[in-house]
Design a protein around this ligand. Sequence first.
Ligand code: ZN
Length: 362
Amino acid sequence: MHRSIFCSPSRYTQGAGVTSMLGQELQILGLEGPVLIVAGRNAASQLSDLWERSLAQAGYKYDIHHFGGECTGLEIDRVTAKGHSLGAKIVIGSGGGKVIDTSRAAAADLGASVVSCPSIASSDAPCSAISVLYKEDGSYDRYRIYGRNPDLVLVDTTLIAHSPKRHLVAGMGDALATLFEAEACQKSGALNTRGGAALQTAVNMARLCFDTLMKYGRAACVSIEKNEVSQALDHVVEANTLLSGLGFESGGLAAAHAIHNGLTRVPQTHKMMHGEKVAFGTITQLIMQQADKALLEEVTTFCKDVGLPTTFADLGLDEISDGDLRIIAQGAVAPEETIHNMPFPVSEQLVIESMKSANELN
Ligand SMILES: [Zn+2]
């Protein structure tokens, strides 16, 4: 049966200093503890006191699991075991995308509620119902998809204003792909990540996401350099986290993320962030679909202005061999990849040629 599906978190709260309202937010949703917090290193050191005050005030018992560094099956098992011993009914992920993906997986295994508290705006992971799992060696493993989106996404913009600029920029790279991937799915009739067609809502959110980046992305970079919460930063955090999250999940993924997944097969790119690789994947997708010259130029100029990679050298692939190009392309066109959501057949050769043309645009 033809059906369109749109999904989102139950509640999204964004603002300067909202971490102090965490307990209150959980109460509003009627969520019961105990609470297990999966915390990245920086989040733990910056927020421990605030959690103590906010959760204690609202009467929540809690414990903290210090994140091991990678979203792997093993790490998820460790969090789940800790959650079992605590009897956790809520799992909060506080940190970057990998922390949040791990906490979401453990929450699913525990049957607990999920709360995402991103400390950086580096990807669209916080709002989604998907975890990206990696192997112990850092290469891409698989997606895990859940029935439910987070119960709460709490985004503290003060925290993000004090996070490294590179993370915000990577988030813009991830958000840059959303519109083009959603449009590709709409054209091909491919289903979104929830198994339905996209509603206009998702595609228009993706459009607002792209427009927000073009309008406020550069100014947001200036704000974060000064650790200032400004309107531009606020808008870009919303684009990176909410609009991109809802846009990709209910709009669908296509070539840009498949090329990202291919890039992770080459160890030299492991020091690059998810969104940085997605940005290069986006330019490659635009070439593949023979996008308008003006649009291609708008996107590549934006990438250069904010510091997103546009060449192999930028990605750490200075002297890329034909063998490496083939490994990346083979990964990108693997049978389960979203590249097959493009409105035309995509071969290994087309990926290689498009990546080479992307690199030569400069
Ligand atoms: Zn992404």
